[in-house]
Design a binder for this molecule. Structure first.
Ligand SMILES: Cc1cc2nc3c(=O)[nH]c(=O)nc-3n(C[C@H](O)[C@H](O)[C@H](O)COP(=O)(O)OP(=O)(O)OC[C@H]3O[C@@H](n4cnc5c(N)ncnc54)[C@H](O)[C@@H]3O)c2cc1C
Length: 463
């Protein structure tokens, strides 16, 4: 492919992954993002809130890296319009940038639940109410925490549980309100949801399911009123009740948009020189909302733009929860049809469920114990045909497998698709980060990576 001007709109997690894949391709890349900060790892915002990471530690690439690789980085500026006839984007300050290929990586926007009193007359959120999607949201909430004793998190999805755990670790009496009948209802079934609720209560966080927050009550004893009339007294309300693909730009440009921006197997929109990736894209009737598929799309598109054969079929759905003392991994669609093999241990707080069709794992949910996530992922990805006892054997292990028992080709990092063998080939954690990008996504693989490295050191050091 001859060198092209590639403009990427939205400097988030999918965009940076794409730009990494385009380095050295000869294309002239411009990356435009409306947030003022260097692109960062959004997944770890709850770790900043919790206090285990600094905001600076979330930066994905240094300013120098973009400069050295000739990436024209424009931050703190919004793309207002895509003018397809001219092949230009229009920035908020009136600047126009021409493109040969345009990539929309605009992510998702938080949705406001219908709760009276959330928004003030001037259009801003009530001072006790917080969104949690960006570094600026995180900083505003972080600054409010020392002045608060109680918090209510609205939404019991992955993000809600992360924020609830972070606030609880910071010492706030934290409660979670979830309108559905169980936690994580988008990803897991009722049994796993019940175990998670039990885990959270054990960790000191109260959970209300099947309850909707309807009104913010002002005053000294202010709180959040539920639809059953009960008022939860609180100093802070954090909204994590969902997001939707950010599609306004694509819609205004006349591209095909349903829930997300519709793309084909080359991540092409209805205009073949405009692509979409990440939370904003929709492939095969499905939008995603997680880093592993966003990175997979970015890698496929980078290969495609380099003239290599690569397609995205949207079938690999992987979600990991990053929260202290709460472990969840979900592969595939929990509602997939098939035989269910399930092991629940509410006492230990673990739940493992496989959906098996024609001997193959088509979906898996692991809560509370991810010891076997590498092997399960490997079988899931490869479509391994398992014998009749194997699914049960996979789930019955209570203790983590010894690192040596993890085969080289077992996937350790779901975000970056890194196998145990590639980790073993590295000399240190820094080496793993730089050469494979494992541990730089949700961070859920860090314990396994450390274990593999430690074992490797033992293997190579003379006794
Ligand atoms: C707090 C939090 C925790 C999460 N935890 C997990 C997790 O544990 N595991 C997991 O897999 N996923 C998690 N996610 C989801 C994950 O972050 C997203 O799937 C991922 O960031 C998607 O990448 P993206 O590039 O599509 O969107 P984003 O990373 O959201 O980036 C989009 C960027 O585009 C910018 N933008 C939008 N419109 C314009 C415009 N017109 N002009 C310029 N810039 C624009 C936005 O401001 C944003 O910076 C979490 C999300 C949040 C908010």
């Amino acid at each position: 492919m001859s060198p092209a001007r590639i403009v990427v709109v939205g400097a988030g997690m999918a965009a940076v992954r794409l730009v990494e894949g385009l380095v050295g391709s000869g294309h002239r890349v411009t990356l435009v993002g409306d947030e003022p900060h260097l692109p960062y790892n959004r997944i770890l915002l709850s770790a900043v809130l919790e206090g285990t990471h600094t905001a600076g530690a979330l930066t994905l690439r240094s300013r120098r890296w973009y400069a050295d690789d000739d990436v024209d980085l424009r931050l703190g500026t919004r793309v207002l319009a895509v003018e397809r006839a001219e092949r230009e984007v229009l920035l908020v300050d009136g600047t126009r940038i021409g493109y040969d290929r345009l990539v929309l990586a605009t992510g998702a926007i938080a949705t406001l639940p219908p709760i009276r009193g959330l928004v003030r007359l001037d259009g801003r959120l009530h001072e006790r109410v917080h969104a949690f999607r960006s570094l600026d949201d995180c900083r505003r909430l972080d600054a409010a925490v020392p002045h608060a004793r109680r918090a209510v998190v609205v939404g019991g999805g992955l993000l809600g549980l992360q924020v609830a755990r972070a606030l609880a670790v910071r010492g706030l009496a934290t409660e979670v309100v979830e309108g559905g009948e169980h936690l994580l209802r988008g990803q897991v079934g009722p049994a796993a949801g019940a175990i998670l609720a039990r885990d959270l209560r054990r960790l000191g966080t109260e959970v209300y399911t099947g309850a909707r927050a309807v009104r913010l009550v002002d005053g000294e004893q202010g709180g959040l009123q539920l639809d059953n009339g009960h008022v939860l007294e609180t100093d802070l309300v954090v909204l994590t009740a969902g997001g939707r693909p950010s599609t306004a730009l694509a819609r205004a440009a006349g591209l095909e948009v349903r829930r997300g921006v519709v793309v084909d197997e080359h991540l092409r929109t209805s205009d073949p020189v405009v692509h979409a990736i990440g939370d904003g894209a929709q492939r095969g009737g499905r939008t995603t909302g997680f880093v592993p598929p966003a990175w997979e799309q970015a890698e496929v598109l980078a290969a495609h733009l380099r003239g290599r054969a690569a397609t995205y079929d949207g079938s690999r759905v992987v979600a990991r929860l990053r929260a202290t003392d709460l472990d969840v991994a979900v592969l595939g669609d929990a509602d997939a049809a098939g035989d269910v093999v399930e092991v629940s241990n509410p006492v230990a707080g673990s739940h493992r469920r496989l959906v098996v069709r024609d001997g193959r794992i088509v979906a898996a949910t692991l809560v509370g114990d991810l010891a076997r996530v590498g092997l399960v992922t490997q079988h899931f990805d490869r479509g391994t045909v398992l014998g009749p006892h194997e699914p049960g054997d996979l789930l019955l292990v209570e203790r983590p497998a010894r690192p040596t028992a993890v085969p080289d080709d077992a996937e350790v990092c779901a975000c970056a698709g890194v196998t145990a063998g590639r980790v073993r080939a590295c000399s240190s954690l820094e080496d793993v980060r730089d050469t494979t990008r494992a541990t730089t996504g949700c961070g859920g693989c860090a314990p396994a990576v450390r274990q593999l490295l430690a074992h490797r050191t033992l293997e190579v050091s003379p006794s």
